[in-house]
Design a binder for this molecule. Structure first.
Ligand SMILES: *Cc1c(COP(=O)(O)O)cnc(C)c1O
Length: 418
């Protein structure tokens, strides 16, 4: 156990040489809000696809911080960009201009093919920004009567945790106890284009969709869905918002997952890997006809577009492209999915995914995905269940075939247990 002593307001916990894994867990459980249930591994260092715990044990990271670390942990080039910019100028606020945001804006727009970007910090903020943008477009351009705008989302969505975003979640736990909710949203079944078309009214301003549902359990829509959705939205003058916060930036083997069906959304949200995991950086992309809805003062963020985040994001995008991580995600993803599909475990119901965003769904009789994640941790591989019966595999995009073989040995062993 540990002792806590107070020295004139400074809390001295204990000698960091003797603090143990169990102490960290106990401290967090005692002082932290319990809104997460993490695996009991206490990490202190990361490099590439590997992380180390406080006892020096090494693990292969098969989650990548929910796809925020696509470029691998502590990528040396992004780290250097962070250090250099931190030494020069971390924050200006948008009251003044800085010399990093304009370059990020240009580079991100040229890379993705959109005319404008709006920088925020977290994914949820990018989603909120997209919703506000779509509503404003609905009133100013589409001519919806004030206060009547409707936005359609999908069942099983996960787009963040703010009150407005959970207002269109259908996950009971995300909503329980947080009412009243923001009006103006409805949901249709994910993957059902006819249901979308039937739900559209003259007041519908946007349809918001994840090209593959990540938190929802790596749910893939039927082939052709996004193309049909694109066509329906265009025909009804409804904006298509693609939430690519998890699927974007190479995760599925393309820069954006929408590109697998050659569609172009009207508004795209990015986050997570936009900073390679160093710093919260998110962005909303749209063309001028939509982004011009925002006038000075309409929307903002103290930290959004700060020079530190912008410098980090610039380098995170460069290494993603220059080090060929997107093609690697496709190649290694195909290989990993193939290897997983050949595992003959009675627990496995389905292996699905695209690139390195992969879900292994277990039968309910398997007793839940959590115990397999815990067993994998003991084997030196870190991953996390999503919902009760799906294990998500999402290693950094720099992983090699040999490293996947190393992982498969362990995954196979664990999935063969009773
Ligand atoms: C993670 C995620 C978000 C929310 O991002 P935060 O940075 O956690 O706020 C939104 N949409 C999708 C698809 C996500 O995966």
């Amino acid at each position: 156990m540990f002792t806590v002593t107070y020295h004139e307001g400074i809390v001295s916990m204990f000698d960091t040489n003797t603090i143990m894994t169990t102490d960290y867990i106990e401290l967090e459980n005692r002082y932290g809000a319990k809104n997460y249930k993490p695996l009991d591994v206490v990490l202190e260092r990361g490099e590439g696809i590997w992380v180390w715990d406080v006892d020096g044990r090494r693990y292969l990271d098969f989650l990548s911080a929910y796809s925020a670390v696509n470029q691998g942990h502590a990528h040396p080039r992004i780290l250097q960009a962070l250090i250099d910019q931190a030494q020069k100028l971390p924050l200006t606020s948008r009251a003044f201009r800085n010399d990093q945001l304009p370059l990020l804006a240009q580079e991100l727009c040229e890379l993705t093919g959109y005319e404008r970007m709006l920088p925020m910090n977290t994914g949820a903020e990018a989603v909120e920004t997209a919703l506000k943008l779509a509503r404003k477009w609905g009133y100013k351009v589409k001519g919806v009567a004030d206060g009547q705008a409707e936005i359609i989302a999908c069942t099983g969505n996960f787009q963040g945790r703010t009150i407005s975003i959970i207002s269109f979640s259908d996950e009971p736990q995300y909503r329980d106890g947080f009412a009243p909710f923001t009006p103006g949203f409805k949901t249709v079944p994910f993957g059902d284009a006819d249901a979308l078309e039937a739900a559209i009214t003259p007041n519908t301003v946007a349809f918001s969709v994840e090209p593959i549902q990540g938190e929802g359990g790596i749910i893939m829509p039927p082939a052709g869905y996004l193309q049909r959705v694109r066509e329906i939205c265009t025909r009804h003058n409804v904006l298509l918002i693609a939430d690519e916060i998890q699927t974007g930036l190479g995760r599925t083997g393309k820069l954006l997952a929408s590109q697998h069906e050659n569609i172009r959304a009207d508004i795209v949200t990015l986050g997570k890997a936009l900073s390679g995991g160093f710093y919260p950086v998110s962005a909303v992309l749209a063309d001028n006809a939509i982004m011009s809805m925002f006038k000075p003062g309409d929307h903002g963020s103290t930290f959004g577009g700060n020079p530190l985040g912008a410098a980090v994001a610039r380098e995170a995008l460069k290494v993603l492209v220059e080090e060929d991580m997107i093609d690697n995600a496709r190649e290694q993803g195909d290989y990993l999915i193939g290897r997983l599909q050949r595992i003959e475990s009675t627990h496995i119901k389905e292996v699905r995914g695209r690139g390195l965003l992969i879900g292994v769904e277990l039968y309910p009789e398997a007793g839940g995905a959590r115990r397999f994640c815990e067993a994998l941790k003991d084997e030196g591989l870190l991953c996390k269940e999503t919902h009760d019966h799906v294990i998500r595999f999402a290693p950094p995009l720099i992983i090699t075939r040999q490293e996947i073989d190393w992982a498969i040995d362990r995954i196979e062993r664990v999935l063969m247990m009773d």
